[in-house]
Design a protein around this ligand. Structure first.
Ligand SMILES: Nc1ncnc2c1ncn2[C@@H]1O[C@H](COP(=O)(O)OP(=O)(O)OP(=O)(O)O)[C@@H](O)[C@H]1O
Ligand SMILES: [Mg+2]
Length: 243
């Protein structure tokens, strides 16, 4: 690859011929085989594809939880390979929110404290924190559940806490790896609708992965992966033009 493609500063995130392989004994598993894609601020985009197609791998690279084997990952025009671990950690804490399939809340903390911790880690000023945390929990419908611990909440309620935790620091990007996989279809639909409202109200970019057709149909753009490659991307289609 001699000619590096130009950086498009309009893009929130850009992957350029990204490959990722994992060592497995003597073998290398090629999880991504050269993926190029651009994500614009404000998108509500699903990565779809069968198990093992590379959805989590791509989200982990975009979220700076991992680094590519080759190719470039650019966030807000910055090549993440040029950032040290401290800078990457800072970027993750301030600019990216994560929502996981298994909610990943801290079990000994209340809903309020789980959200508050994320705000602290993002370096938000002490002043006004209580209102910001309360407002985040209110916005996901949990005004009456702030003092409950995760074990005292339903799966759908735990995922709402996770959404509040991701949103509270007002990140540019929220990454959600199969956010509805542990929820029944009614709660899954409600979580997706909530994410979509947050996307519309705050212009927060959402990238999520799913196997679920019901979740997929709520996406504005669907990028399909198979065997470590993008096989379709409806970004050019009418559905991508916005609501
Ligand atoms: N840490 C790892 N070590 C070795 N191989 C890995 C590792 N993580 C992922 N892989 C392999 O990389 C490929 C892509 O995995 P990935 O987790 O991205 O798939 P996925 O699309 O998220 O699948 P699922 O729908 O099951 O979550 C798979 O073949 C997987 O076995
Ligand atoms: Mg996965």
């Amino acid at each position: 690859m001699s000619s590096a493609p130009a950086v498009d500063s309009q893009l929130l995130c850009q992957l350029e011929d990204v490959k990722k392989s994992y060592p497995m004994g003597d073998l290398l598993v090629q999880a991504l085989k050269g993926v190029s894609v651009g994500i614009t601020a404000g998108e509500f985009t699903a990565f779809a594809g069968p198990s093992g197609s590379g959805k989590s791998t791509i989200l982990n690279l975009i979220g700076c939880l991992d680094r590519p084997s080759s190719g470039r990952v650019l966030l807000e025009g910055k090549d993440v390979a040029t950032l040290g671990d401290a800078e990457l950690g800072d970027l993750r804490a301030r600019r990216i929110g994560f929502i996981f399939q298994s909610f990943n809340l801290i079990p000994v903390l209340t809903a309020y404290e789980n959200v508050e911790l994320a705000l602290r880690l993002a370096g938000a000023p002490e002043k006004g924190q209580r209102e910001v945390v309360q407002e985040a929990l209110r916005s996901v419908g949990l005004a009456d559940y702030m003092t409950r611990r995760p074990a005292q909440l339903s799966g759908g309620q735990q995922q709402r806490v996770a959404i509040a935790r991701a949103l509270v620091k007002k990140p540019a990007l929220i990454i959600a790896d199969e956010p509805t996989a542990n929820l029944d279809s009614k709660n899954g639909a409600a979580i997706l609708d909530l994410m979509k409202t947050m996307n519309a109200e705050n212009r927060t970019t959402f990238l999520f992965s799913t196997h679920d057709a019901m979740v997929m149909e709520r996406a504005r753009r669907i990028i399909r992966l198979a065997d470590g490659e993008i096989v379709s991307d409806d970004a050019a289609g009418p559905a991508a033009a916005g609501a």
